[in-house]
Design a protein around this ligand. Structure first.
Ligand code: E4P
Length: 214
């Protein structure tokens, strides 16, 4: 399973990218708005930093508007992937963009049914929102598992991005289930690196080393 960062913050993305495991970036309107900067400039800067897919979301609600916004965003850099919410218009836009060779990431996916429709419309990626499904009292990882099973069953090559990740075990479970990618917030990526026994181990090794030198 590949690891993306779910962030629009350049410092966070740079820091994580320097650790060597990052394969892509997802943004959303909330994350971009938090930065208080020009949307296209942010996407452009992320694309120069990270060598992999960078998802940028459209804001239009109608298919024609989504397609037109997608054209502008796709022109920023060849790695830009257009995030489109799964609605009736979203599916239409995904189809049009697939025919034009523009990659899309079907977002705000909360059911296996939505994921299947988005894949059949031509989405390159689908993003089930695990954490937000859990928040409703339902089973986010169960939905992810259903999507993996269906896509495997029918040899669907749309990649599955486990999104709305809230803690390291969401990432581990997503990997066990067979998601292709997890898009993970900065804070959770930092939690994944850390283990108290690693810190303790380093401390002890250094103490023993100093003792031996005395
Ligand atoms: C995915 O592409 C979304 O940006 C993201 O994972 C949403 O997560 P949230 O539920 O933490 O906002």
């Amino acid at each position: 399973m590949r690891i993306f960062i779910d962030s629009a913050n350049i410092e966070e993305i740079r820091e994580i990218n320097d650790m060597g495991f990052l394969a892509g970036v997802t943004t959303n309107p909330t994350l971009v708005a938090r930065e208080g900067r020009d949307f296209k400039a942010v996407v452009q800067e992320i694309c120069t930093l990270v060598d992999g897919p960078v998802s940028a979301e459209v804001l239009s609600l109608d298919a024609a508007g989504m397609v037109s916004e997608a054209g502008e965003l796709a022109g920023i850099h060849p790695n830009v992937v257009i995030k489109i919410p799964v609605t009736e218009d979203g599916l239409k836009a995904i189809r049009v963009l697939a025919e034009r060779g523009v990659k899309t990431n079907a977002t705000l996916v909360f059911s296996a049914a939505q994921a299947l429709l988005a894949a059949r419309a031509g989405a390159a990626f689908v993003s089930p929102f695990i954490g937000r499904i859990d928040d409703t009292g339902n089973d986010g990882l169960g939905v992810l598992e259903d999507i993996v099973t269906i896509f495997d069953q029918y040899l669907i090559d749309t990649e599955i991005i486990a999104a709305s990740i809230r803690h390291p075990m969401h990432v581990v479970e997503s990997a066990k289930i067979g998601a292709h990618i997890a898009t993970v917030p900065y804070k959770v990526l930092k939690q994944m690196v850390k283990h108290p026994l690693t810190d303790l181990g380093i401390e002890r090794f250094l103490e023993d080393w100093k003792k031996a030198k005395m």
